[in-house]
Design a protein. Structure first.
Length: 254
């Protein structure tokens, strides 16, 4: 993916990694469209950051995705990049059905069906562009499970394999599939997570991501150093130790 000169739609970018990436891409000369559910928050972001466009979208709602896609393409027919950022992460207790079922269903709807529907809304258009990028967002937890979040882990593993498969299907077209693989980052993805001393500071994470995008324009996965501990445990042969470290509240993201 080129670092500049794109028109990028980022659903789920009113806070956290999504908003930080939106601002970083804008600073590098890209037209960025921020997507989110809360109209007031979108208005605040647009006022604070002139030049950013905003579109209301609920990625758990197929009709909202379809309407937002039509709005984005009407206003930005040169759109050539999608970063499917929206996601939820919830602790679950699978020992009791009432402890996980509603959360699991919501997680799959947002984290798996949301990106699938988003890609479905734009993939035909992207194939008409000379150079286009679909960026999916998985997680280090797609490769090493966190005990507390079974559905989140599974949803991100699904996104990893979806990315791998789409890359094969779109080979020979103008569309690249790039997978962003975050480690634990200090955001409000879960309560208290923004204060986690073991998580990577948001500004450090985004700076490293942008450096990788610039230096590795043909990368299939964007992996900061911190996530490789989780990403490659099985390949290194220390998977069991990585799982134990992550779930023993040790410093796993080293």
């Amino acid at each position: 993916m080129d670092i500049t000169g794109n028109t990028i739609f980022i659903p789920g970018s009113t806070s956290g990694i999504g908003l930080a990436l939106a601002l970083a891409f804008q600073e590098r000369g890209n037209q960025v469209i921020v997507g989110g559910r809360r109209t007031a928050e979108l208005e605040r972001i647009a006022a604070a950051h002139p030049g950013l466009d905003t579109v209301r979208i609920d990625t758990a709602d197929p009709a909202s995705i379809a309407a937002a896609a039509a709005e984005v393409l009407d206003r930005h027919p040169d759109l050539n990049a999608l970063i499917a950022m929206a996601g939820i992460m919830r602790a679950e207790d699978w020992r009791r059905p009432e402890g996980f079922l509603a959360s699991a269903e919501a997680t799959v709807t947002t984290n798996v069906l949301g990106p699938i529907r988003l890609i479905g809304a734009f993939v035909e258009h992207f194939q008409t562009r000379p150079d286009a990028t679909i960026m999916t967002v998985s997680s280090g937890l797609a490769f090493t499970p966190l005990r507390a979040t079974p559905s989140y882990n599974a949803s991100k593993a699904a996104i990893h394999m979806l990315s791998e498969s789409l890359r094969l299907q779109l080979e020979g077209t103008s569309v690249r599939v790039v997978e962003l693989v975050p480690p634990s980052v200090r955001t409000e993805l879960m309560p208290g997570h923004s204060e986690d001393p073991h998580a990577l500071p948001l500004d450090e994470y985004v700076a490293e991501v942008m450096g990788l995008v610039e230096s590795q324009p043909d990368a299939k996965e964007i992996q900061v150093e911190r996530v490789k501990f989780l990403r490659y445990g099985e390949a290194r042969g220390d998977y069991d130790q990585v799982v134990a470290a992550l779930n023993g509240n040790e410093r796993a993201n080293r």
